[in-house]
Design a protein around this ligand. Structure first.
Ligand code: FES
Ligand SMILES: [Fe+2]
Length: 377
């Protein structure tokens, strides 16, 4: 069976992360151009700090509004000077008094939560803030969270599959998040997880017990040190991945909560925004709770995850190139594809529901036009 790349690639009615809140300042030239799920958008802040997200495409001749000029709450296209309000409506056409009612650009609901900027790419009336994923932001007083980001030239579904299967830590990340020793490889490739299906994703929890320190920590502990690790991962569409990761000194229990000493209580919050079918922007963080933090610890976590994601990127970019060259090439499934299969089931169900709703709306529209055009009897 070939790796499935659906014709309809992106869920529309979903929140997509456009970046960290500090990516859009109050600066006079702070117009942030992004491509989200194939749509070009521009983001800017009004003088009151509120964010505006509009299509990065002037309704006159498709010039880039991200090359425009902020004027109070408004944005002016710097090709022929048309000015748009924050609701996308044209408010001025220099040299012309009449403003056509079609003179407007599309705007998108935009929300800031946990230091991430979220844009709703679907029907504005369906924008539901409760669907924004839980995350721990860098301004949370209980955590010392460090942030970063990365561009990856790969389809976001390859990222979904990668994040839904942590057995790859044993191989891709043997010099960072994993460790090359047989105990760690064995533990990561025989994970016994508890998975719960969610409305828009999955929650997975498991223990890995009595293993040596991960490669990035080995210089901090004697070689004989052993740890119990707990993973609690919530993954939601389109590609949000929130991990509560705790490390304990190895205890005696083989089931349930470790009775070792808690040495690190951390959150890593990650969201992947597809630019289009061929690349993504990856916004991520990692940090320790204030109760387990040490000077330099959270910085080390951020440095490690940056290094680890370069390891992922090198695998996924090469994989993406091959999938694009031969999309119908047969592939096999193995046990470690189960998590990805569950996430794709959720994603594909939403994609199918949106396709069906659009089809029904189109049929209803066609029916209305036919009735309107029918001769009166
Ligand atoms: S293209 Fe924007 S004003 Fe002409
Ligand atoms: Fe990875």
């Amino acid at each position: 069976m070939p790796l499935k790349m659906p014709e309809r690639m992106f869920v529309r009615n979903a929140w997509y992360c456009a970046g960290w809140d500090y990516h859009v300042s109050q600066g006079r030239n702070a117009l942030l151009a992004r491509k989200i799920a194939g749509e070009r958008v521009v983001l800017y802040r009004k003088p009151d700090g509120g964010l505006v997200c509009m299509e990065d495409r002037c309704c006159h001749r498709q010039a880039a509004l991200s090359l425009g000029r902020k004027e109070g709450d408004c944005l002016r296209c710097m090709y022929h000077g048309i000015k748009f309000g924050p609701d996308g409506a044209c408010v001025e056409i220099p040299g012309q008094t009449k403003i056509p009612h079609k003179a407007r650009v599309r705007t998108f609901p935009v929300v800031e939560k946990n230091n991430w900027i979220w844009v709703w790419m679907g029907e504005p009336e369906q924008a539901d803030e409760s669907l924004i994923c839980f995350a721990v932001g860098y301004d949370d007083p209980d955590w010392n969270i460090k942030t970063s980001e990365m561009h990856v030239d790969a389809n976001y579904r390859l990222e979904v599959a990668n994040l839904a299967d942590l057995s790859h830590l044993a191989w891709v990340h043997q010099n960072t998040l994993g460790a090359g020793d047989p105990a760690t490889v064995g533990a990561f490739t025989t994970i016994q997880d508890e998975t719960t299906m969610l409305e828009r994703g999955i929650n997975t929890r498991y223990w890995i017990r009595n293993v040596p320190a991960n490669a990035f920590l080995q210089h901090l502990f004697p070689p004989e040190a052993r740890f119990d690790l707990h993973f609690d991962i919530t993954m939601t569409v389109p590609c949000n991945w929130i991990l509560h990761f705790r490390a304990f000194t190895a205890g005696s229990r083989t089931e349930g909560e470790s009775d070792g000493e808690l040495v690190a209580d951390t959150y890593t919050c990650q969201t992947i925004c597809p630019n289009d079918e061929h690349s993504v922007e990856y916004y991520f963080s990692w940090g320790a709770s204030r109760t387990t933090d040490l000077p330099g610890l959270s910085d080390m976590l951020r440095e490690t995850v940056e290094q680890a994601f370069l390891e992922d990127a090198s695998v996924l970019e090469a994989q993406h190139a091959r999938v694009m060259e031969k999309p119908q090439h047969p592939t096999i499934d193995i046990i470690h594809d189960a998590g990805a299969g569950k996430m794709f089931w959720v994603l594909d169900r939403l994609l199918q529901a949106e396709a069906k709703a659009e089809e029904e709306a189109a049929l209803a529209g066609a029916g209305r036009s036919a009735r309107a055009g029918a001769p009166a009897c």
